[in-house]
Design a protein around this ligand. Structure first.
Ligand code: F0G
Length: 454
């Protein structure tokens, strides 16, 4: 049996509560059956996200104490700036307060009304920013991407023929830029291959288009490239990072996932693009030497980026996720395979095949799992989509319950507990009914929307 091995020891702990089922029932009702609205105090294992909740290292904590606080020109920022330059090999870096802030500024600068942004797959905040600026998202995934069970090592790849065809059909003037997302979030944390990115680059060169990388989930993607891509086996993580970055004109990231618990930024070698984006940073983020981050966050991020270059650090998430996924497969529970990064993804469409998509099976599964276990996951399906102009539902390609694995936070016994409860719920899945919105915000409705069970 392959069991993940922790390459660290735990030196600070935080108590968590396993509340009785009666309280959990009250809590999920109070939350309008939306796991985003649960309070952490009522939660045993918080698998909502890996954003802002990964464990910090002793070195990160230590660095936070020597932060140099100053509005402009802090030494702390210079350290971060140098580290970004070293790792991503880009001359210009703009700090921002988190990933979607980068998406706001990139979209405001490069997305014009009527333009298209082709990408391997969308992310919720990315799409919202592109759409609000008048653009359209076109997803150019391969046929493998949406297969729930697969053995394909790189389900996050772009389909090169479809990308060429799309650009030919609309003309290059209609394309704002091409976007690739590392560790493709909404299809189960699935990686792209370096080789595929090279092919995307060739297309961008042919049509003179910018290639933008969302590196928020780069850590997992790096691990998978190192493990699964033959020609990268002998490369260091840092060399792979450099090779990826070299292919892209703009690299942006949410440091809530990559390297730290807060923050983000955009880097590029393209001076013209840099200058255009730079104008907006003081407007939305803050001065150019902090961009909304505290100096403590910037210190921790500098160390965190360095630590991300260690294979024994970035292997922890994927190995725990693979363990959880494999155990669930053994018990017959429908999950996305191969195991990706970010988390373990339950296939709610099959788990709850008695519910239509308009009853939000993934949302219903999230609420039910919380009730039977105190484990909080996140719906990633129709409930997270935005309605069409005419008010009809946009049915998601997949109905997933994402059980994110915050890195180096939960132990193997806790993961086993989650597996045991999920298996019980699967055996008793007929008990689970659907959900209907009773309060439905127009934008990003899944964050605050309230539902009722029926
Ligand atoms: N891009 C990707 C691929 C992401 O996963 C996220 C955030 C963002 C951009 C936005 O970054 O949150 O710092 O503003 N994903 C979180 C999640 C929210 O839970 O998957 P942010």
């Amino acid at each position: 049996e392959e069991v993940p091995l922790e390459m660290h020891k735990v030196r600070i702990v935080q108590k968590i509560n396993l509340k009785p089922v009666e309280r959990r029932l009250e809590a999920i009702e109070e939350a309008g059956f939306n796991t985003f609205l649960l309070k952490n105090d009522d939660i045993f294992m918080d698998m909502l996200t890996d954003s802002g909740v990964n464990a910090m290292s002793d070195k990160q904590q230590a660095a936070m104490l020597e932060a140099d606080d100053s509005y402009a020109g802090s030494t702390t920022f210079t350290k971060l700036d140098n580290k970004v330059r070293e790792i991503f090999k880009k001359e210009f870096f703009l700090p921002m307060h988190q990933g979607r802030a980068c998406e706001n500024i990139i979209s405001q600068v490069f997305v014009q009304p009527g333009t298209i942004v082709p990408m391997n797959y969308h992310f919720t905040t990315t799409k919202a920013h592109i759409v609000i600026n008048g653009g359209t998202v076109e997803e150019i995934f391969t046929d493998e991407a949406l297969k729930i069970t697969s053995e394909h090592p790189f389900k996050g790849n772009m389909d090169i023929d479809k990308l060429n065809a799309l650009i030919e059909e609309h003309g290059r003037e209609k394309i704002s830029f091409v976007r690739v997302e590392a560790g493709t979030n909404l299809i189960g944390g699935q990686p792209f291959a370096l080789e595929n990115l090279e092919e995307v680059r060739q297309v961008c060169d042919k049509y003179d288009l910018m290639l933008v990388l969302d590196a928020s989930l780069l850590a997992d993607n790096l691990y998978f490239i190192k493990q699964r891509e033959e020609k990268c086996k002998e490369m260091s993580i840092k060399e792979i990072t450099g090779a990826i970055s070299d292919l892209c004109d703009i690299v942006y990231f949410s440091a809530r996932k990559l390297g730290c618990a807060r923050g983000g930024g955009v880097c590029t070698n393209n001076k013209e693009a840099y200058l255009k984006m730079r104008e907006l940073v003081p407007l939305y983020e803050g001065f150019l030497t902090y961009g909304g981050m505290s100096v403590r966050e910037m210190e921790a991020l500098t160390i965190g980026l360095e630590e991300t270059m260690e294979e024994n650090m970035i292997n922890q998430g994927p190995q725990f996720i693979a363990y959880m996924t494999d155990e669930l497969v053994k018990k017959g529970v429908p999950v996305v395979t191969p195991a990706g990064g970010l988390g373990c993804h339950l296939n709610a469409m099959e788990f709850l095949d008695h519910l239509p998509q308009t009853k939000y099976p993934a949302g219903a599964l999230a609420a039910a799992l919380y009730l039977v276990s105190g484990v909080r996951g996140m719906e990633r399906g129709t409930l997270s989509e935005q309605r069409e102009e005419d008010g009809s539902e946009t049915l998601a390609h997949m109905e997933l319950l994402r059980l994110a694995m915050p890195r180096r936070v939960y132990t193997l016994s806790q993961v086993k507990y989650a597996v045991d409860r999920i298996a019980w719920l699967y055996e008793n899945r007929d008990l689970i009914g659907g959900l209907t919105y009773v309060e439905e915000p127009k934008v990003l409705r899944f964050f605050f929307g309230r539902l009722e069970a029926n």
